[in-house]
Design a protein. Structure first.
Length: 95
C-alpha cells in the first residue's frame, strides 16, 4: 500500500515536470545562441558591438528571439526562430 502511494506520487512528479518543460520551451536555443547566430550573419564578434540582447517571445508561433545588436550609431535587429535558429528577418535601424 505504501509502495503504491510512493509510485503514484513519483508518477505525478514526472508528469508535472514534463508539462513544465513543455510550457517553458524545452528544446529551444538559448538567448546567447541567438545572439551568436546574428553576429555570425554579420561576420563580426561581440567586440564589434556596444551591447546586445535577446528577448524570447513565447507568444509567437513559432517562438522567436528578437535580437538587438547596438552598433553605437545604429542597431541591427533580428528575429530568430527559437527552435531551429533560422533567421526569420533582419533590419538595420538608424543608419
Amino acid at each position: 500500500m505504501k509502495r503504491a502511494l510512493i509510485c503514484k506520487k513519483a508518477l505525478i512528479c514526472v508528469i508535472v515536470l514534463v508539462l513544465l518543460f513543455a510550457v517553458v520551451g524545452c528544446g529551444t536555443i538559448s538567448g546567447e545562441k541567438a545572439i551568436s547566430i546574428a553576429l555570425a550573419d554579420l561576420g563580426i564578434d561581440r567586440v564589434g558591438t556596444a551591447s546586445n540582447k535577446a528577448i524570447l517571445n513565447k507568444d509567437d508561433d513559432p517562438m522567436t528571439y528578437k535580437v538587438i545588436l547596438n552598433m553605437n550609431s545604429y542597431y541591427e535587429n533580428y528575429i530568430i526562430n527559437a527552435k531551429t535558429g533560422e533567421i526569420i528577418s533582419h533590419e538595420t535601424v538608424g543608419n
